[in-house]
Design a binder for this molecule. Structure first.
Ligand code: ATP
Ligand code: MG
Length: 255
């Protein structure tokens, strides 16, 4: 089982978009995938069309040990794709994680219980240096960092790299950063906008040895696909799916 988290410390950088598309694509390729919603905003849970019922356990109850890991996992409408959902109540887990003393390792421990059931675990991470973020990063063998091709994205990249280095220095992140993905790369016809070009150049400077993977183009088609719960290829936009295919290639090469 490989565990990969999508991390960026600012909002709106494409984390949930990446996890949604990677999950569907890998599941379609026949991999058993567990998507974990580590964000109390619960966008991933919503995108995968899962409604959390009041008495049903979520990631919260798995993390705080109220239920076994399997009890917080649900099937989705997609074959091979399973979800550990969240809702706003996930906020409540912070205190438990902080007081446990080993909060950064709890998700990793909980996921060990299902390591024989899945090929891949994909984690959507809350955009802040929260306890929830720490435990998500602590569970990851690999990290992907999506960043907007804009000034906000460059700043988010700097913060995120610094954060991962800090976590690695105390052994609370033992994974590898697989790549940085520029998000909302804007083109007008066949021409990339100057803003996107300049920002991606700056992203490459800060990336150092970390590969900058093919960018996600700015397009309304992504929202359309998500609204329909489908892959871009399923709505006739296979070209736009290329960055996700490339991420899978990079992940596969790590095996
Ligand atoms: P948060 O930190 O708030 O969870 P995020 O990093 O998960 O945000 P997303 O939710 O994936 O970011 O994307 C931000 C917004 O951009 C969403 O409204 C999404 O629908 C939209 N979006 C996704 N893909 C594209 C795209 N290729 N072009 C333009 N907008 C997009
Ligand atoms: Mg998100």
């Amino acid at each position: 089982m490989q565990t990969c988290a999508c991390v960026s410390l600012s909002g709106g950088q494409g984390k949930t978009t990446v996890i949604f598309n990677l999950s569907l694509l890998l599941a379609q390729q026949g991999k058993k995938v567990l998507a974990v919603d580590c964000d109390p905003q619960a966008n991933l849970t919503f995108y995968l069309n899962h409604e959390v019922e009041p008495n049903q356990p979520t990631l919260l109850e798995v993390l705080n040990g109220k239920v076994q890991t399997e009890d917080g996992i649900y099937s989705t409408t997609h074959e091979n794709l399973f979800l550990m959902p969240s809702d706003r109540s996930l906020f409540k887990v912070s205190e438990y994680l902080a007081s446990s003393g080993t909060g950064a390792f709890i998700l990793k421990l909980r996921l060990k219980a299902v390591q024989n059931l899945f090929d891949l675990v994909l984690i959507d991470v809350q955009p802040s240096r929260s306890q929830i973020c720490l435990t998500a990063v602590g569970a990851a063998d690999y990290a992907l960092i999506p960043v907007e091709a804009a000034t906000k994205g460059v700043n988010s990249l700097i913060d995120t790299l610094e954060f991962l280095e800090e976590q690695a220095s105390v052994m609370a992140f033992n994974g590898k950063v697989l790549g940085i993905i520029p998000f909302r790369d804007r083109w007008v016809g066949l021409t990339q906008t100057l803003e996107s070009r300049e920002n991606i150049a700056t992203i490459k400077e800060f990336a150092g040895d970390i590969p900058v993977l093919p960018s996600i183009r700015e397009s309304e088609q992504f929202k359309r696909a998500i609204r329909q719960g489908k892959l871009l290829s399923d709505i006739g936009q296979k070209d736009l799916q290329y960055p996700f295919e490339k991420m899978i290639e990079v992940l596969t090469n790590e095996r």
